[in-house]
Ligand binder design. Sequence first.
Ligand code: F6P
Length: 323
Amino acid sequence: IRRLGVLTSGGDAPGMNAAIRAVVRACVHHGIKPYGIREGYKGLIDGQIEPMNARSVANIINQGGTLLKSARSQAFRTPEGRQTAFENFRSADLDALVVIGGDGSFTGATLFEKEFGIPVVGIPGTIDNDIFGTDYTIGYDTALNTVIEAVDKIRDTATSHNRLFFVEVMGRDAGFIALNSGIGCGAEEILIPEADRGIDHLIKSLERSDRTGKTSSIVLVAEGGKDGGAFEIAKTLEAKLPDYEARVTVLGHIQRGGRPSCFDRVLASRLGVAAVKTLMAGNSCVMVGVRNNAVALTPFAEAISKHNAIDDELLEVADIVSI
Ligand code: F6P
């Protein structure tokens, strides 16, 4: 490999900058010229390709967001869009690509390598932690910490007013953020799509809380549940239990920003270095991740199609410690 392009794609995640920095510096270390592609696949189609060097990624390890910017490109889903992207890729004389993003980004990368034979390696960057083949995705740990900080504040006011709060967190169709931050902030109930126990279970649990002397409760709701988001669930509950006056907070995009945690910075640095090494070793269409604290490769096809299961032990812990 002589010249390598790197881009961030899909929803941004804290730690993406640390990953860009690691990719660029690993390239410099190995005598490869690094190029930054701005705005994900969109920038590849528009020809936004710029040379980078060790100094162009200075002082970004501590910053959220992505220096290269990100986008969800519709045009890259079309063969014409990918053809234009390939032409730009070739005129910049690049010969390999690192894609930092989620499963949608890896789907695009798979097509790009299939159609044009470009070696591509992926780095999992998403707050959702929903990518098969890695125990952690970049940004997840920071998002968890953002959630518990916010919910700690909500708990103060919930306690003062003896109130029931529903707090909705992100995760698309996965409940990892809700389950782990829910345990971390002491949520009374955690509603996740993977273990949906329905409104009746929630009602029983709140009634038990009342009987055992709890005066306030926090229910963490994953955005992707079949009973709807926090507003819908609060409405359904109030219709069944009119004595409750629930309050709702949707945390939204604050979960995507902020200074990355040390965990995410180290993870991103490891995966950035590993991605360059993986390409140099002749691999393509694979994602670098960590499994049992060791770097591990997973073919894109698996990373995209399989799903990490929710840990039953965590569900049990959540139930036991929330009584
Ligand atoms: O994949 C990350 C994520 O933040 C999800 O948790 C959420 O469902 C989605 O992106 C929101 O996307 P957007 O920023 O495009 O609204």
